[in-house]
Design a protein around this ligand. Structure first.
Ligand SMILES: Nc1ncnc2c1ncn2[C@@H]1O[C@H](COP(=O)(O)OP(=O)(O)OP(=O)(O)O)[C@@H](O)[C@H]1O
Ligand SMILES: [Mg+2]
Length: 224
């Protein structure tokens, strides 16, 4: 078992009541899984993914990565685990404005002090997400969908064991979105476990499991 999620709950205060944005979720993720989380806006997908990614402490319940309870670790241990094992593509955008597209993509490699061919891999990834022609531009010169693809390439730079992506294709046209999903399918075949939230039902064919969120509760969709 790669990830084991038990009784995972996040409560928020809203005026004088509390409500559960994520409500007693249980789930198991095997190595090599490719899971899509679907559900209406506000159903709790981002809250759930943030807790699974070690970014948001739950009110109750646990997330175990190969048996280790993420929220029993100290800050340093949890960041180390995130940097070495997880790739996270947040909802919304976040690139470094002063770096070119190419340098934004190469950045994680240098942050992790890796050895190998950073430039070769960055070039391959830019090609794979369809923005090789933009490599020397700055983020301010790109469209929303192009920026999104810089982030996708950047998160894949260090070949994460687990990729968590929150609506990664929501600002892309269908053809580009399909290209990204094909790239995800390729890295999934090579062993990366993928968890993604999506509203685009036509991307579901790429995933092996579909989990549906409704008002914080998670259920597995049975598929033919
Ligand atoms: N920091 C917070 N404080 C209070 N309420 C929050 C907070 N973050 C999220 N919520 C609420 O929790 C619920 C779940 O939000 P979440 O962002 O997980 O939904 P989502 O399924 O990702 O939606 P979308 O599809 O729009 O991205 C929503 O009702 C939201 O308003
Ligand atoms: Mg969300």
């Amino acid at each position: 078992m790669l990830l084991s999620i038990e009784g995972l709950t996040k409560r928020y205060q809203r005026r004088d009541t509390t409500f559960a944005a994520v409500d007693a979720v249980d789930a198991s993720v095997e190595r090599g899984d490719f899971i899509s989380f679907i559900g209406r806006s506000g159903s709790g997908k981002t809250t759930l993914l943030n807790m699974i990614a070690g970014l948001l402490a739950p009110t109750e319940g646990s997330v175990r990565l190969e048996g280790t309870d993420l929220y029993a670790l100290n800050d340093k241990e949890i960041s180390r685990l995130r940097n070495t094992r997880l790739g996270y593509i947040p909802q919304g955008l976040g690139t470094l404005a002063n770096l070119t597209v190419f340098d934004n993509v190469r950045l994680p490699f240098f942050l992790d002090k890796r050895s190998g061919d950073a430039s070769g891999r960055a070039s391959y990834l830019l090609e794979a997400v369809g923005i090789a022609h933009l490599r020397d531009m700055l983020p301010a010169q790109l469209s929303g969908g192009e920026l999104r693809r810089v982030l996708i390439a950047r998160v894949l730079m260090n070949e994460p064991d687990i990729l968590i992506a929150d609506e990664p294709t929501s600002d892309l046209d269908v053809e580009t979105a399909m290209g990204i999903m094909e790239l995800f399918a390729t890295i999934n075949k090579r062993g990366t476990t993928i968890l993604l939230a999506t509203h685009e039902l036509d991307t579901l064919e790429f995933s092996k499991r579909v989990l549906s969120m409704a008002a914080g509760r998670l259920t597995e969709e049975q598929r033919a």
